[in-house]
Design a protein around this ligand. Structure first.
Ligand code: NAP
Length: 245
């Protein structure tokens, strides 16, 4: 898979899965637009890409803000670049049993995980329609499909991402744009690092492969969906979860 001349936007690219996706796409030759709220970490990821002769630019932006999402896209387009790929990866958790879940915990998770996908997709879609080409990949989750106690907010947001993906794919399929989702299982990243050891062990026990996934395993699935080899795949969810669901 060769992405030379392509421009890929990755949100939540400072660490974890987003960083791995950015590095993988850069290796394939794409110019990467890194978006996150953590500037220092973004600079580190950009340096890793440039050290390997790749091209990267960084934008400190909050995906929950439509104005900031539009500003990122306008800056890229003003720089005479078409946007070929959008990876909506930024995500957060704020776990709690529903009985204890605060309204703010619900709102914060839905805002980043679902509204963030809406904001960046809306900001980019006109450019992609104009080019009659585009690939959007949204990060969902296994818990958006199977549910998980303590994650009503997170699983609702990730199920919402799947509905969004399927609807948008139908709106833009005739314009040469595909929209798909990747639903990771449990992947070793800063997001899962904080889980108590007993919870991690419980999850490993129910994963047929008996291990957490690694970030590169998600990056490979995303890269495939962005590639020309996946041109006839749209509105789909690829599960990358070690057989868990
Ligand atoms: P992560 O390590 O926590 O990385 C997420 C990144 O998104 C962080 O750099 C975070 O910055 C950034 N971010 C958070 N809020 C943002 C906002 N409002 N605007 C811009 N950037 C923002 O998470 P991950 O494990 O790599 O997960 C990446 C994606 O995969 C998420 O959508 C997640 O839900 C999904 N996923 C992960 C797993 C897993 O097991 N790890 C499983 C299924 C799905 P801060 O750190 O400063 O908040």
């Amino acid at each position: 898979m060769e992405f030379k001349g392509r421009v890929s936007i990755v949100t939540g690219a400072s660490q974890g899965i987003g960083e791995a996706i950015a590095l993988e796409l850069a290796r394939a030759g794409s110019e990467i637009v890194l978006v996150d709220i953590q500037k220092d970490k973004l600079e580190e990821v950009a340096k890793k890409i440039e050290d390997k002769n790749g091209k990267a630019s960084i934008f400190c932006a909050d995906v929950t803000r439509m104005d900031q999402s539009i500003k990122v896209i306008e800056s890229v387009v003003e720089d005479q670049k078409n946007i070929d790929h959008l990876v909506n990866n930024a995500g957060i958790t704020k776990d709690n049993l529903l009985m204890r879940m605060k309204e703010e915990e619900w709102d914060a998770v839905l805002d980043v995980n679902l509204k963030g996908v809406f904001n960046f997709s809306k900001a980019v879609i006109r450019n992609m329609i104009g080019n009659r080409y585009g690939r959007i990949v949204n990060l969902s989750s296994v818990v958006g499909l199977m549910g998980n106690p303590g994650q009503c907010n997170y699983s609702a947001s990730k199920a919402g991402v799947i509905g969004f993906t399927k609807s948008l794919s139908r709106e833009v399929a005739a314009r040469g744009i595909t929209v798909n989702a990747v639903a990771p299982g449990f992947i070793a990243t800063p997001m899962t690092e904080s889980l108590p050891e007993a919870v991690k062990k419980m999850f490993v026990d129910i994963i047929p492969m008996k291990r957490f996934g690694v970030v590169e395993e998600i990056a490979h699935a995303v890269k495939f969906l962005l590639s020309d080899e996946a041109a006839y795949i749209t509105g789909q969810v690829i599960n990358v979860n070690g057989g868990m669901f």
